[in-house]
Design a protein around this ligand. Structure first.
Ligand SMILES: Cc1cc2nc3c(=O)[nH]c(=O)nc-3n(C[C@H](O)[C@H](O)[C@H](O)COP(=O)(O)O)c2cc1C
Ligand SMILES: CC(C)CC(=O)C(=O)O
Length: 394
């Protein structure tokens, strides 16, 4: 069944529509071909990191304050000179047309409707200029880059600046794409009509790497990603562009300090949604050490496993200024195109606003370290083990 062929499912916020991100996930599953579902949903190798990302939110509890005036909660935050409606952005994801035929154009409209940034992937299926037109100035756009050689990176960076993008996001955790067993079993390749148009010409289409018993995406990355890049390349890019350069895929204090020293405008604490180094620590677990190392010098963002407004609150309390959300946006797209993706973003913002109100923290910046406590308390015997799975849909 091609995506969207069953007609749109109700978007979150519409009568009878999904009430949670988990509801959207369930609805999306029935609407996507099995191999596309696996590509979106899956992680690398044993998928331990994928599960641990989610589980880690269950190891912190919110500490609500009472009798605070919460009559006018304000979830907005500022990043790179733009005011965001919530401390939320759409994480970069390749090939949105896998979820909906309008692809990134629909996502751009959704982000604009909700007033949050969209990070456009280097492997987007639509031109970065037409995505900017679809956003219509309503959403700040940031462009994600892979190390595809200096010429490609420079050209994309220049095009982004001309098209009004507000930042570059350099993904550092993928010298090549990890082995994702679901994609290997499915011999996964995107269908030929879905093309990474912004890098076409410079990179052979992913379908050229289609082979039985292999992931075409992994094969393409082994052929075309440059695994020799270092901090010096990042510094060179930063000197060359006037856009802020954000480093995505930082999980340690050491790399956070280097990112600051090399002039990064922000770091994104991320393990690529459990799709790269399996066994890497969950992003929420890495957040406190990164925030401490950065010490307020640049913004710290986080992605991986954000599924509830309370997850956003916990991430902010542990040192993030904002979070990015990945898969849920594709689920929303698969269900109902732009309104579906917008509905997911709105749901997360509304849940976050509720958490602010009920936790007695009326501004996003009120979620400081005292807003959370480890759970269960470390002294408890029989505390669940680190990384223990939490129930499906929680
Ligand atoms: C289908 C899919 C494609 C992705 N493509 C990219 C990409 O092209 N570049 C990138 O930096 N990260 C990519 N990511 C990782 C996301 O940016 C993000 O780190 C991750 O999805 C966050 O976790 P979450 O899905 O649990 O919210 C992708 C993730 C998914 C699910
Ligand atoms: C085209 C791929 C490299 C996209 C990606 O980063 C991912 O699937 O996680």
């Amino acid at each position: 069944m091609p995506p969207g062929s069953a007609g749109p499912a109700p978007a979150p916020g519409t009568p009878g529509g999904p009430l949670t991100v988990a509801d959207v996930e369930t609805a999306a599953r029935g609407r996507l071909p099995a191999d596309v579902w696996d590509f979106i949903e899956g992680g690398s190798r044993t998928e331990w990191t994928l599960a641990a990302n989610r589980a880690q939110f269950g190891h912190w509890a919110l500490r609500p304050r009472v009798l605070v005036d919460v009559s006018d909660p304000d979830p907005s935050v500022e990043l790179f000179g733009d005011r965001l409606a919530a401390p939320l952005a759409v994480a970069p994801m390749a090939y949105h047309e896998l979820a909906h035929e309008e692809g990134e154009l629909a996502t751009a409209r959704a982000a604009a409707a909700e007033g949050v940034p969209l990070v456009v992937a280097a492997f987007a299926g639509r031109g970065l200029e037409e995505i900017a037109t679809a956003a219509g100035g309503g959403a700040p756009l940031w462009l994600q880059l892979y190390w595809l050689g200096r010429k490609v990176v420079d050209e994309l960076a220049d095009r982004a600046a001309v098209a009004g993008y507000r930042a570059l996001v350099v993904t550092a955790d993928a010298p090549r794409v990890a082995r994702r067993l679901r994609d290997v079993r499915n011999s996964f390749a995107p269908p030929p009509h879905i093309r990474a148009v912004n890098v076409d010409g410079a990179v052979p289409p992913v379908t050229a790497y289609r082979a039985a018993g292999a992931s075409a995406i992994e094969a393409q990355s082994r052929d075309r990603f440059d695994p020799s890049v270092t901090w010096a390349d990042l510094a060179r890019l930063r000197e060359r562009t006037r856009l802020p350069v954000v480093l995505k895929g930082v999980l340690t204090a050491e790399d956070a300090r280097l990112a600051v020293e090399h002039g990064c405008a922000a770091v994104i604490v991320s393990n690529h949604g459990g799709r790269q180094l399996d066994g890497a620590l969950p992003s929420l677990a890495a957040l406190p050490e990164v925030a401490e190392a950065v010490a307020g010098r640049i913004p710290v963002l986080l992605d991986g496993g954000i599924r509830h407004g309370s997850d956003i609150a916990k991430a902010l309390a542990l040192g993030a200024q904002a979070v990015l959300v990945g898969r849920p946006v594709l689920w929303g797209l698969a269900c109902a195109g732009a309104p579906g993706a917008a509905g997911v973003l709105r749901l997360l913002r509304e849940e976050f606003e509720e958490a602010m109100t009920l936790a007695g923290r009326p501004r996003a910046t009120d979620f400081t370290r005292t807003a959370v406590t480890p759970w269960p308390p470390p002294t408890w015997s029989g505390a669940p083990g680190f990384g223990e799975a939490i129930p499906e849909g929680s």
